[in-house]
Design a protein around this ligand. Structure first.
Ligand code: CA
Length: 200
């Protein structure tokens, strides 16, 4: 299913920076008619699905700025394309995922086990976050507090025409990345009404 979903995403590349590519194989490219049901979830992304490089950032994190669709949406999941390095045994600790506004004020923070990332193997790691309402623009930031013996490389895409990515830690700093790269980090958003119904 994941492979199929990614195939749909890749095949649906268009001028819009977002598209539906989770749940039902609905592709939203602006051509929907009013007769179509609204997509249940939308995956926001800037990367094209192929990695040109990787980076681990000591003392910082990997942040990507997204534009949500019009209306009320909650972030419900984050996807990070990464690979763990260091000791074979993963550290017994969590990495952090932040949802933040465009000024990097934190809206939500969740921890997830480092062991989600396999050592030396690249994969999209999914991190569920409590449904978090987001403003028109928002950051997703993943921070791994890497050291020589433990860390996660995050893949980046070099095919972007402009970058939406930063080196950042909420409450600490927001800095430009070198070059027009985008971290391979995606945000899954759900319409507010659907999110509320799902928790009833
Ligand atoms: Ca690429």
């Amino acid at each position: 299913m994941i492979r199929y979903t990614l195939t749909v995403c890749l095949a649906a590349t268009s001028a819009v920076a977002w598209m539906a590519c989770a749940g039902a194989p609905t592709v939203s490219n602006g051509a929907r008619t009013t007769a179509d049901p609204p997509p249940r979830v939308v995956t926001l992304k800037h990367d094209d699905g192929t990695m040109e490089g990787k980076r681990s950032i000591a003392g910082s994190g990997h942040a990507v700025l997204f534009d949500r669709p019009a209306g009320e949406w909650d972030v419900t999941r984050v996807q990070v394309y990464g690979s763990r390095y260091g000791h074979p045994q993963p550290p017994d600790e969590d990495f952090s995922v932040y949802i933040a506004d465009a000024d990097m004020n934190v809206l939500a923070q969740v921890g997830a086990p480092y062991s989600r990332f396999a050592r030396g193997e690249w994969a999209w790691v999914l991190v569920d976050v409590p449904a978090t309402p987001v403003p028109e623009q928002f950051y997703v930031c993943a921070a791994f507090d890497p050291e020589r013996t433990k860390g996660v490389y995050v893949g980046y895409d070099e095919d972007a025409t402009q970058t939406h990515s930063k080196r950042a830690l909420p409450g600490s700093h927001v800095a430009d990345v070198k070059g027009k790269i985008d971290w391979m980090i995606r945000a899954v958003v759900t319409p507010r009404a659907t999110a509320a119904a799902a928790t009833d």
